[in-house]
Write a protein that binds this ligand. Structure first.
Ligand code: PAF
Length: 286
């Protein structure tokens, strides 16, 4: 497994792979790799010949009240996870990734301020900008993102289509602990009792999914099943529990009956730890 620090190194690696007639799959990450990331690497190796991962804690997607310096950095174990998954190239740029005087941003207007974007202003602008840079460096044929960050995946899908990135985006299912908790690098910050309480998030999603599966299409009725679950073991606070239209990012909670796939999304807080989760109603990722 090769480790590259500069854009030109990873780009020549990728180009050499393609010259050899091979396809390149890419999984961008901020490190702190867990089984969820490992499953993205497996997915990438299923769709491409050679897999590259980036490990870069991107400062521009952290808000002023979000502690960039406290984001977990687990370099050695990340390398082990990547090697075990058969990754061929690790791209881990340093501070020089944003050159002095850096100004340019890639934004998906309006979509960048829905739900997660409203709560974390500027977050998605940081994500779409850094992912653009990473795509330019790695030049992948396939890029794999997790459904866990559904809004992120939707914005990147929009951006890839709008700006003709010429790569195939693959969205892989969320990996869960055996009790249903979606895997996340933030789970490590939950106390034992909050971790137990947080199981209500997936229970609430499944309750609403079950109502949708029974044929119900009224957004209010679908949501109220999950809301009752949430009320039974309320998180410290709920930022949102609602339905999103994956094609427009419109919030659908009071709208007409669903006539196409939608995403059920939840965000809640336990102390200072904020968790997000979601479930798809229908074939959202096509
Ligand atoms: O999902 C993440 O880990 C990050 O948002 C990403 C896509 C690697 C961009 O920094």
């Amino acid at each position: 497994m090769d480790i590259f620090r500069t854009a030109s190194e990873i780009r020549s690696w990728s180009r050499s792979r393609k010259t050899a007639g091979r396809t390149v799959g890419f999984v961008p990450t901020m490190g702190a790799l867990h089984e969820g990331h490992a499953s993205l690497l497996v997915r990438a190796s299923q769709v491409s010949d050679d897999v590259a991962i980036s490990i870069y804690v991107n400062p521009t997607q952290f808000g002023p009240n979000e502690d960039f310096s406290k984001y977990p950095r687990t370099w050695e174990s990340d390398l082990e996870t990547a090697a075990k998954a058969g990754v061929k190239a690790v791209f881990a740029p340093g501070e020089e990734f944003y050159p002095k005087g850096y100004r340019t941003e890639v934004v998906v207007p309006q979509w960048n301020s829905v739900l997660e974007g409203e709560i974390r202003p500027g977050h998605f602008d940081g994500v779409t900008s850094v992912v653009t840079k990473l795509f330019h460096c790695v030049e992948p044929d396939f890029a794999v993102f997790g459904q866990k960050d559904a809004q992120q995946a939707l914005l990147i899908r929009r951006m890839v289509r709008d700006l003709d990135f010429g790569l195939r985006l693959v969205v892989a299912p969320t990996v869960r602990e055996s009790d249903g908790l979606a895997m996340s690098s933030r789970n490590r910050y939950l106390s034992e009792s909050d971790r137990k309480r947080a199981l209500v998030l997936s229970r609430a999603l499944w309750a609403s999914v079950a109502v949708w599966e029974s044929g119900e299409r009224d957004p209010g009725r679908i949501l109220s099943a999950g809301e009752s679950e949430l009320a039974a073991q309320a998180p410290d606070s709920v930022d949102y529990f609602t339905l999103l239209d994956p094609d427009t990012l419109a919030v659908l909670d009071r709208g007409p009956a669903l006539s196409k796939p939608a995403i059920l999304v939840v965000a809640a807080r336990y102390g200072t730890t904020r968790l997000i989760d979601n479930a798809v109603l229908g074939d959202v990722w096509g």
